[in-house]
Write a protein that binds this ligand. Structure first.
Ligand code: HMG
Ligand code: MG
Length: 288
């Protein structure tokens, strides 16, 4: 019988590139996404429909979406912080969208300029519009282990925000260790708290590798029942509002780890390595 399957949701073009200080040419972003489309992913986060004043790197979101080759069977997802972003994402024919909340007040303010509660209220009309349009909505919870402004995050707070996003209609919630502070001893109690309220099948792990423990956190999360992981090809990334955050865990490393653990990801490792090399070449030397 076939090996059991785990999905890797590719984040490189969005979470990877959003933090680059050099403005990356739109054509290079399109080329990266087109390379990723041939790697075997069924979901790729392509860009963000956010304020260009907040994240200048994502200002070309509509052009990116218009320029990519859409491979059948691949869903091209985008971030939408509010209804304005949702409408632009719709016009650009995004296959799915994501709203993003934080488990910590400090990061919520810095990242989306409002409190956690206000952000949830702001997402509600996005979920209503998306439901009417038949567009799936993913939810993110950031700072699930620690916040660059507020320090360690209480696990119960993560559970509360994750459950609120599910109740609102998100099909899945991705748990973001935004600053890569997590290790199995801090990730385990966080997951236990969330799993008491949201089933594993509706959760994803989103680990940044700042502390070098991301692969261990993935392995632990698999043990806890999670079957979807976010990763960025070439380990690209960071978050503009999380100082010091390094990249997402590298897709090719997660794919190899899961293969060693006996899981099928459906990914073509040699094409992935080629995409990773191209992704790394886009980095400004200061960040490399
Ligand atoms: P605000 O300034 O409070 O918003 O920002 P506003 O509604 O007052 O609007 C201000 C201006 O922005 C107006 O323009 C709006 O039209 C415009 P003006 O009249 O001044 O010219 N605007 C928009 N433009 C384009 N698209 C939009 C949009 N919305 C308003 N959607 C806002 C609030 C949420 C807009 C802002 O804070 C923002 O865009 N933040 C995004 C920050 C971001 O993208 N962060 C990175 C992604 S999150 C992340 O990386 C974490 C994650 O990876 C998981 C993890 O690792 O934890 C997901
Ligand atoms: Mg992230």
């Amino acid at each position: 019988s076939a090996a059991p399957r785990i999905r890797i949701f590719e984040m490189g073009p969005r979470d990877g590139l959003q933090n680059e200080s050099r403005l990356i040419p739109t054509a290079d972003k399109i080329r990266l996404i087109d390379m990723l489309s041939d790697c075997g992913f069924d979901k790729i986060e392509a860009t963000s429909f956010v304020s260009p004043r907040w994240v200048p790197q994502m200002a070309d979101a509509a052009q990116v979406m218009a320029g990519i080759r859409r491979k059948p069977g691949v869903r091209y997802a985008v971030l939408t912080p509010n209804l304005k972003g949702y409408e632009a994402a719709r016009a650009a024919r995004a296959d799915e969208v994501a709203v993003f909340a934080s488990a910590s007040e400090g990061f919520s303010r810095k990242n989306i300029n409002c409190s956690i509660e206000e952000s949830l209220e702001r997402f509600r009309p996005v979920l209503e519009a998306a439901a009417a349009d038949g567009v799936p909505v993913r939810g993110y919870v950031s700072c699930v282990v620690a916040c660059p402004y507020d320090g360690p995050t209480p696990p119960e707070q993560v559970a509360r925000v994750a459950a609120a996003l599910i109740d609102m209609g998100c099909y899945e919630v991705s748990l973001g260790d935004t600053i890569g502070a997590g290790a199995p001893e801090t990730v385990a109690p966080m997951l236990d708290a969330v799993l008491a309220r949201v089933p594993a099948g509706r959760l994803a792990g989103h680990f940044h590798d700042t502390g070098g423990r991301a692969l261990e956190n993935v392995a632990l999360s698999v043990e806890k029942g999670l079957r979807t992981f976010d990763a960025s090809v070439g380990g690209l990334g960071g978050c503009p509002y999380a100082p010091g955050a390094r990249g997402n865990v590298a897709t090719e490393e997660v794919a190899r780890l899961l293969a060693r653990m006996g899981w099928e990801t459906g990914l073509d490792l040699s094409r992935l390595d080629a995409a990773a090399a191209f992704a790394r070449s886009l980095r400004s030397s200061a960040d490399a």
